[in-house]
Design a binder for this molecule. Structure first.
Ligand SMILES: Cc1cc2nc3c(=O)[nH]c(=O)nc-3n(C[C@H](O)[C@H](O)[C@H](O)COP(=O)(O)OP(=O)(O)OC[C@H]3O[C@@H](n4cnc5c(N)ncnc54)[C@H](O)[C@@H]3O)c2cc1C
Length: 427
């Protein structure tokens, strides 16, 4: 049986594993930590704005299993400021649901193993080497290692290691498969002359907030706008410059702590909040951070390793290597990672089997989004942005302008049907 090796078990790697299995190849997934979902472990805001459209497209292409896993952890259907058509899910339940789904699909997952090297044959990868010396051979590979950290770069471009979910001090640094094949990657630029972007939210343990606040959360469908007290982000200038999603630089997100229930209680668009000021709010008098553990000081720095890629998600000059998620170019978000993962994994399987790869037409939201980002990042201004189907980098507006945004599954099916792409992941 042909084999695809997926490196990195964040949302992109989980999507890639599903995408490859749908094509009938053996899939091995290697993840350096103890769990799946990567930096998205405390995500929970799902399918908002243009992300809804690419979810419908991915479902119509045949990649349903990963969405069913998330939907099993559904918590609240609620609109958020500037974000509509989506819902909140429980992150703790989602991780288990995705793990079990991959198991059912027959994906071999190696936890607590890091890919440390690529063994090459010309431009093609023949095998990867793990930190325990094991060699795993494959016919095609997916790099889903993200672009966060490691500690050294969080220090250089942020406020040092704040013990985020990646836990580099224990598990060691992120290692990029693409870079190990000799391909040069790029780092996202930002306004203060440095690189990367600070993760956009932080979260406290739900047991550490008052029962009255949790009750209010429940009554308001999982989202409470708490007036932001003075000093909650005392160095607001720095904060605004470094955060990943500039899309959130809008009124409500400045005036309020936009607080959502995603298993943990998350402050949206706040990489950090001043711990002492937070504790002055009655609901948070016992607040205890879960991500990052050093809450109140900063967050992880991401977008430090983008692979040059084609619109099929093949890494340039590496015919049997594909990339997905944050690795695939300035792309932020759980949905963005899952859906690019599905495509990258499916195309890796196609290469393994000797089948033609899929390049989605620009009359689809995903096809247009991937092509447009690739064009944008060729420009000087484009390298200062991040992109997301929820809105960041102008991508959602671009889809609206192109007439591609829709939340109607029938419209999506018709569009894909016109190109003969219904269930293309399995066909
Ligand atoms: C705190 C926080 C909250 C967020 N909330 C939301 C949200 O609510 N909604 C939303 O849409 N987006 C959210 N995002 C953004 C979203 O989570 C990310 O954009 C997305 O999850 C990135 O996924 P990824 O798989 O590309 O990368 P990552 O999550 O970075 O995954 C990479 C994985 O690769 C592993 N890895 C790295 N190197 C190796 C190696 N050599 N060998 C083996 N494994 C390796 C890492 O351990 C990691 O698990 C949030 C991000 C953060 C940080």
């Amino acid at each position: 049986m042909k084999r695809v090796v997926v490196v990195g078990g964040g949302w992109a790697g989980c999507g890639a594993s599903v995408g490859a299995r749908k094509r009938g190849v053996e899939v091995v997934l290697v993840e350096r930590t103890s769990n799946l979902l990567g930096v998205g472990f405390h995500g929970g805001m799902h399918a908002y704005n243009g992300r809804h459209t690419i979810m419908l497209e991915a479902k119509a292409l045949g990649g349903t299993e990963i969405f069913e896993a998330v939907e099993s952890a559904f918590k609240y259907r609620v609109d958020l400021p500037h974000q509509k058509y989506g819902y909140l899910y429980d992150n703790f339940k989602a991780e288990g649901a995705v793990r079990r789904m991959l198991e059912r699909m027959g994906v071999h997952v190696h936890f607590e193993r890091t890919v440390t090297d690529a063994l090459m044959q010309g431009e093609r990868i023949r095998a990867v080497k793990l930190n325990n010396g094991e060699i795993i051979e494959g016919d095609a590979f997916v790099d889903a290692t993200g672009g966060a950290g490691p500690e050294r770069l969080c220090k250089e471009y942020g406020r040092g290691c704040v013990l985020c979910i990646l836990r580099c001090p224990h598990y060691g640094p992120r290692i990029s498969l693409t870079a190990k094949t000799g391909v040069k990657e790029t780092m996202a630029r930002r306004g203060d002359g440095k690189f990367g972007g600070m993760s956009n939210s932080c979260a406290v343990d739900r047991e550490s907030v008052t029962p009255e606040f949790l009750e209010e959360m429940k009554n308001k469908n999982g989202c409470v706008l708490v007036p932001a007290p003075e000093g909650i982000a005392e160095d607001y200038g720095y904060f605004k410059k470094v955060r990943t999603q500039q899309y959130y630089s809008q009124d409500e997100y400045e005036t309020y702590l936009v607080t959502v229930d995603v298993g943990a209680i998350k402050f949206v668009s706040r990489p950090y909040v001043n711990y002492q000021v937070l504790r002055e709010i009655p609901a948070f008098r016992n607040a205890h951070f879960v991500d990052p553990i050093v809450g109140g000081r900063g967050q992880a720095i991401r977008f430090l390793a983008q692979a040059p890629r084609l619109n099929t998600l093949q890494v340039k000059e590496r015919p049997n290597l594909f990339c997905a998620g944050e690795k695939a170019g300035y792309l932020v978000g759980i949905m963005d990672a899952k859906v690019t993962g599905l495509l990258a994994g499916n195309n890796a399987a196609r290469v393994a089997l000797g089948d033609p790869v899929l390049e989605l037409p620009r009359r689809t939201a995903l096809g247009e989004g991937l092509a447009w980002i690739n064009e944008e990042i060729q420009t000087e201004a484009g390298q200062y942005k991040k992109y997301s189907f929820v809105g960041t980098g102008g991508l959602y507006q671009h889809l609206i302008d192109q007439g591609l945004f829709t939340v109607d599954p029938k419209v999506v099916e018709e569009r894909l049907g016109e190109h003969g792409l219904l269930n293309a992941f399995t066909a």
